[in-house]
Design a protein. Structure first.
Length: 277
């Protein structure tokens, strides 16, 4: 029997650390919950499914009981989907009332990670004023915006983690994710274009610098296969040119352009605040 947590209109206290997933009744949100299971299991903390009912919103307009019923149904559906995969994770659910962004920001104060779907009733793929985009930029914990691949694939898969090698905190998160998912890490260094005469020598120097920087990390994570590459242009352009819905792009909160490129390419994105480590 599935027991859902009680409705919580307002609270000044925050729960113990958990992996929080924003549920809104969409398949994308359920997909994000499935993606987040491994994150919770690895940390040995609960998976917390929250549905935020917006009293001022129009998408869920109707009597209070109707909106509460829709929230319970959505949480129950997500709970069953997670429970069906049979992994040892404790699942918590809760209905919150308020603005979705405000409530998820409050959740980020104590969460180890907040996950939302890339497309849903409250979480749109396009960057610019959406709950997902603003949350990724401003949350107090890492935020995963999980892309749901086409074709109705039931179980989310990550086949590669991608990171730009310019920030140690972000790089550590990328290695951790690659290890957790059992996938290779693609480490990229962006080189500013020079004159045609120095292309070859410049690329060799940049590659040598990249390899030296990765050396200590490959010693710390010997079980993670690493592919490194020096690219020209931008990470966003690279992601668009090498689109793969199985990619997880790990970046920091300041790389707005790269995040847009990852969304456009259909990647899932894990945004890290450097102060988290």
């Amino acid at each position: 029997m599935i027991t859902l947590a009680k409705e919580t209109p307002m609270s000044d206290s925050y729960p113990a650390p958990s992996v929080v997933v924003g549920i809104d009744g969409s398949r994308a949100a359920t997909h994000a919950a499935l993606w987040a299971v491994d994150e919770a299991v690895a940390r040995d903390i609960p998976l917390r499914l929250v549905y935020v009912v917006d009293p001022l919103g129009t998408s869920g307009a109707g009597p209070r009981d109707d909106r509460q019923g829709a929230a319970r149904a959505a949480l129950c559906s997500a709970y069953r989907a997670v429970d069906a995969i049979g992994k040892p994770v404790k699942i918590e659910t809760e209905i919150l009332w308020g603005r979705p962004l405000t409530k998820l920001m409050q959740e980020s104060r104590s969460a180890a990670l907040v996950c939302v779907g890339s497309i849903g009733l409250n979480h749109a793929r396009r960057v610019g004023g959406t709950v997902a985009a603003t949350l990724a930029e401003s949350a107090l914990c890492p935020v995963a915006v999980v892309h749901r691949p086409p074709g109705g694939q039931a179980t989310p898969e990550v086949n590669e983690a991608v990171v730009q090698v310019d920030n140690g905190s972000v790089l550590r998160h990328a290695f951790d994710e690659a290890r957790l998912r059992g996938v290779p890490l693609r480490a990229l260094s962006v080189r500013v274009a020079g004159t045609p005469d120095d292309v070859g020598a410049g690329n060799r120097l940049a590659q040598a610098q990249l390899d030296r920087r990765l050396a200590r990390w490959t010693q710390l994570y010997p079980d993670v296969p690493v592919e490194s590459a020096v690219i020209r242009g931008s990470i966003a352009g690279y992601l668009r040119a090498n689109a793969d819905t199985g990619q997880l792009f790990v970046t920091d909160t300041h790389a707005a352009g790269d995040v847009c490129g990852a969304y456009d390419a259909g990647c899932s994105v894990l945004t890290v605040r450097c102060g988290n480590l």
